[in-house]
Design a protein around this ligand. Structure first.
Ligand code: ZN
Length: 263
């Protein structure tokens, strides 16, 4: 079975040590945090592509983050771009991302300090629709932040309702550790949910399996959150789901390939 990891991270060599150290009190990285380290893990697990998710945490870093992402967008890594809510040149930023064959953007409202359905985001969502860029957003609990969280399942649903043609992906099943609201707001909606970090410390297997069986299999994506979660652990989970081989193929590969425009 071909596999694409739709949710992975690695860091520029210059900052990798700092990035891993900042998190080490909370969580143990499963790779060395570099591109090489991610590719090594991919090879061990027969993953043919990983989607790299950078974030622009301050407007002044917009150019450097997206230029780095563009340079890294080749071979087995499909990089995304990122945009900041206060970017005065958000349209140019998104055009740069699209021109460099990045297929979408990553948003992380906690690190970027905004509320996901803030009306100021509407111009960005509208431009993403125009350029056919998808949006993947962190939703729910994050070990580095305290509630109330700045993206919730209800906010994802609200944005999709207002931008029906926006391709929207909720990371961590659309709401890390907020599964009652995931069930109420998102299951059955035409919103992609990624499975990153859906391991036993974050969700019970029986609940996870119940939720994914009730969601449209065309809207589920295998992802891991590597290096913060071992890629193999999430592969093993998907393999355990009591679903058809063709649904597994959609989750592991073809839903992601469509979004990434991989032939
Ligand atoms: Zn992540």
């Amino acid at each position: 079975m071909k596999i694409i990891d739709f949710h992975a991270h690695y860091y520029p060599d210059k900052i990798v040590e700092r990035a891993l150290k900042a998190a080490i009190d909370f969580i143990t990285p499963q790779t060395d945090g570099t591109r090489k380290g991610l590719i090594k893990s991919m090879q061990q697990n027969n993953i043919i592509y990983s989607v790299g998710l950078p974030i622009v945490t301050a407007v002044e870093n917009t150019l450097s983050v997206n230029a780095w992402a563009a340079a890294e967008n080749h071979d087995e890594i499909c990089m995304l771009g990122s945009v900041h809510i206060n970017d005065p040149n958000y349209d140019k930023t998104l055009e740069f991302i699209q021109k460099n064959n990045m297929r979408g953007i990553k948003l992380h409202p906690e690190y970027q300090n905004f509320v996901f359905n803030d009306p100021k985001m509407d111009r960005i969502f509208a431009k993403c629709v125009e350029l056919d860029l998808f949006v993947i957003v962190h939703s729910g609990f994050d070990i580095m932040f305290k509630p109330p969280y700045k993206c919730t399942p209800a906010m994802l649903k609200n944005v999709k309702k207002r931008f029906p043609s926006l391709k929207l992906i909720g990371a961590h099943l659309g709401g890390m550790r907020d599964y009652e609201n995931v069930e109420k707001e998102l299951i059955g909606q035409p919103i992609y949910l990624d499975l990153s970090f859906m391991t036993e410390e974050n969700i019970e297997f029986t609940l996870l399996e119940k939720l994914i069986k009730r969601h449209d299999p065309d809207y589920l994506l295998f992802g891991t959150d590597s290096p913060w979660c071992d890629q193999k652990r999430v592969i093993d989970l998907v393999n355990q789901f009591d679903i058809s081989a063709s649904d597994k193929e959609k989750i592991f590969y073809s839903n992601a390939a469509k979004l990434l425009k991989i032939q």
